[in-house]
Design a protein around this ligand. Structure first.
Ligand code: NCD
Length: 303
């Protein structure tokens, strides 16, 4: 992946991801140290959709490596408000920075940016499609906590129709030989094409259910209902109320069940669970920095 783009998790092979695990481990040891391998490099963050973790952890990662950051604040504050196109904007920023991190609500937008830009592009989420850097953090976290990925029973729980984190992660888990149970409210099942592709590519075992049951899971990866992608927000709110992990649901689960979440969490996990031994999502978010340091180093051909 040196000097290339990272648009989909399918851009990577298992050996690339294993390389990133080792590099992220090394980066964990270097946070707060004196090394500035990317001094004089500039990383641009262009987020056309809201973001806390992806934007700030990419910016933190860049600065931990000694790089500077330029940030596209918002459409309202740029020439896009005057009618400049996305493609022209990308061409301009490509002239200013060494790496572009992009999030946009349209599927395929990151690929389009990568086709236009000469510098590497990292996809920070394109609509309901892909979120590969989040998946790398998720796999890294699971491997760190569980010491393996192969053979684990992972439940993907929530809005599987619209959540890009879930699509990317399904492929990632398939690559590493995990068994997956897809748990969603009725009507929010994962796209059949994506499920079939994962089965074909990785010969993985995938079960599907609408029952919120975490028994038997080693990992429960939960996401919010993606309200902004619904035609009717009322529908989203209704589903959110019905699909919630409470302390009751944790009765009878494995002692060492790990609960992950890409965050933000809204209503889908009872806040009381934050203090349980199962909740690992805040640690997961923190691991975003070393993993994104590793990704930046690789994309800039420095590792
Ligand atoms: C996710 C996203 O933007 O897809 N957040 C993140 O990057 N950590 C999850 C979400 O918004 O539900």
């Amino acid at each position: 992946m040196n000097g290339k783009d990272l648009i989909s998790i399918r851009d990577l092979e298992r050996k690339d991801i294993e390389g990133l695990f080792s590099l992220a481990e090394k980066m964990e040891g270097e946070i707060g140290g004196e090394k500035s391998p990317l001094k004089n490099r500039i990383i641009a963050t262009l987020f056309f959709e809201p973001s806390t973790r992806t934007r700030l952890s990419f910016q933190a990662a860049a600065q931990r490596l000694g790089a500077s950051v330029i940030n596209f604040e918002s459409v309202a504050l740029t020439s896009m408000a005057k009618g400049e196109t996305f493609v022209d904007t990308i061409k301009i920023v490509d002239g200013y920075a060494d790496l572009l991190v992009i999030r946009h609500s349209l599927e395929g937008s990151a690929r389009l940016a990568a086709n236009v830009a000469k510098h590497p592009v990292a996809n920070g989420g394109d609509g309901g499609n892909q979120h590969p850097t989040q998946t790398l953090i998720d796999l890294y976290t699971i491997r760190k906590v569980k010491k393996k990925l192969d053979g684990l029973c992972v439940h993907l729980v929530g809005d599987l129709k619209y959540a890009r984190t879930m699509r990317s992660l399904l492929y990632g888990l398939g690559m590493f030989g995990a068994d997956v149970t897809l748990v969603s409210p009725k009507g929010l099942e994962m796209d059949k094409g994506v499920v079939d592709e994962a089965k074909t590519l990785f010969s993985m075992k995938i079960k599907q259910t609408n029952e919120l049951d975490l028994k038997g899971a080693d990992v429960a990866y939960v996401c919010r209902i993606q309200k902004e992608r619904f035609a009717d927000p009322y529908e989203a709110e209704k589903l959110q109320k019905e699909f919630k992990i409470t302390e009751e649901q944790l009765k009878g689960v494995k002692e060492d069940l790990v609960i992950l979440h890409p965050l933000p969490k809204i209503d889908e996990i009872d806040p009381a669970i934050d203090n349980s031994k199962h909740a690992t999502y805040f640690e997961q978010a923190k691991l975003g920095v070393p993993m994104r340091m590793a990704i930046i180093m690789k994309l800039l051909g420095r590792a």
